[in-house]
Every structure is written in C-alpha cells, then in structure tokens.
Design a protein around this ligand. Structure first.
Ligand code: IPE
Ligand code: IPE
Ligand code: MG
Length: 241
C-alpha cells in the first residue's frame, strides 16, 4: 500500500514539464548506430538505417511535447574517415530522407555544416528543402558534415570578409550556422560515450548535458521523457548565484 511504485509518465505531464522548465531547444548526438548493428550481427549500415528511423520518431515526439527546436548530429567533419561503403550508406539515407521531409507540413529544416564537400546534387536538394519549408513553426537543424571548430572558423572568416580586423562574441554568435536559433538548452548524447565530439562548440557554452547508455536506435519516448525530467531538475545559473 505504501510501495514506491512509479506512476507512468503521461504525455500531458511532459508537455507541462517542457513548458515550466523553459526547455525550447534539444540537440542530440545520435551515437551508437554502429554498435547497435554489430550487437545484432548486422552490417553497420543497417545500424544507420535503424538510426534514421529513430530520428524520425524522436522528431515527431519532440514536436508533440512542445519542443520548439531540435538539432541532430548526423555526420561530422571527421566521419569521412569511415569506410567508403559506410559513408555512402549515410549519404543515401540523407538523400532518401530529404524526399520524406518535403512531405512534412509543420517542420522547417536547416542543414548546418559545410556543404561544399557534399555531392552537388544532394547540396542542391538540401537548399530546396530549406526554401520549401522556411517559416514553419517547428525547427529541425540537421548537422551534416558539421564540425564545431570548422563552424567557428567559418564564422570568423565571414566577419573578416566584411573588412573587419577585430571581432567580438556577438560577431561569432551572429555568424554560426544556428544564428537564428537560441542556444541548445539540453544536449543529449546516446551511445555511452561521454564527450562532445566537436558538436556545437560555440553554442553549448551553457547547455545542460545528458548522457544515455542506450544506443541511438534504442532511444525511445520514455528515454526522452527521462532526459526532459532530468533537465527540469537542473539549476541553471549561467555564472550567477
Ligand atoms: C553515430 O553512430 C552515427 C554517425 C556517426 C554517423 P556511430 O556510427 O558512430 O555508431 P558507433 O559509435 O560506431 O556505435
Ligand atoms: C559523433 O559520433 C558524430 C555523430 C553522432 C554524427 P562519433 O561516433 O563520430 O564520435 P566519436 O568518434 O566516438 O567521438
Ligand atoms: Mg560513434
């Protein structure tokens, strides 16, 4: 009768938690696809397919619980080091996803990262998807060929190209790829690795960090709820008291 059995969290509660905690922007380091596949004796490529499927679920759920911005780390500037076959499989998944994304009606998409080394045909499709979806109420930023250091260098070069010789923090904030979004409130990394791996180096200065042991394809609604609840308990001080 006095047992501590936990009540299941219902969606309405989570919507309230999101609202009251001021959680607007979650960024995900979607790690663990390869290990998820290897644990099942599958090729790593199938881990990426499972990861892409889960990404769609996470986006849908995040939108439903009232998150305004989701950023996902899909491919880093360092991921080109992987075998050609794996890189090709990831490029193919991106290409396929662009078609599906165009059918969404409430999502605005932005690709963040260096597009210059992406296949010109895909690059063109990225831009078309952005133009098609601009101004929609829920934002998904897809970090593709993205590196945090690369982004800062890119931002600095943009400012310098205006003839400036001395720059300040605002110049960089205004010129990173996510300049029209608030910084992520919460960064979630799956895959039982406890590092940033060159993700949102500039924007993460005061983000709350949350690490999950789940591999990305296994990171489900209940796991998102747990991350959101943990976020709501954090005391964000931003250097104050
Ligand atoms: C993350 O999963 C996806 C990408 C980096 C593209 P990984 O492919 O890094 O999966 P693990 O870390 O090898 O398990
Ligand atoms: C980070 O994962 C990049 C993405 C999730 C796209 P990695 O698997 O590339 O990171 P490291 O190599 O373990 O640091
Ligand atoms: Mg990894």
């Amino acid at each position: 009768m006095f047992g501590k059995k936990k009540q299941p969290i219902i969606k309405e509660d989570i919507i309230g938690v999101v609202k009251n905690s001021g959680l607007r922007h979650i960024a995900y380091i979607m790690d663990g696809n390869g290990r998820w596949a290897t644990e099942r004796s599958l090729p790593r490529e199938l881990g990426h397919s499972a990861g892409a499927k889960n990404f769609k679920e996470v986006v849908k759920y995040s939108k439903n619980v009232g998150i305004r911005y989701v950023t996902v780390y899909a491919f880093s500037t360092e991921n080109w080091k992987r075998p050609e076959r794996e890189v090709a499989a990831i490029m193919k998944l991106l290409d396929q996803y662009i078609d599906e994304a165009a059918l969404e009606d409430e999502i605005e998409f932005l690709f963040i990262g260096d597009r210059e080394s992406v296949d010109p045909r895909i690059k063109e499709r990225m831009s078309s998807l952005e133009s098609l979806t601009v101004g929609r109420p829920f934002r998904v930023n897809i970090a593709f060929n993205y590196g945090g250091r690369d982004e800062i260098v890119h931002a600095v070069n943009r400012v310098l190209s205006d003839g400036r010789t001395v720059i300040n923090e605002k110049d960089i904030t205004d010129n990173v790829y996510t300049s029209d979004c608030p910084d992520p409130d919460l960064i979630v990394r799956t895959g039982a690795e406890f590092r940033i791996s060159n993700f949102l180096m500039w924007q993460s200065a005061y983000s709350e960090l949350y690490f999950s042991d789940k591999m990305w394809p296994d990171f489900k609604q209940a796991d998102i709820d747990a991350a959101i609840i943990e976020f709501s308990k954090r005391k964000r001080r931003f250097g104050g008291v």
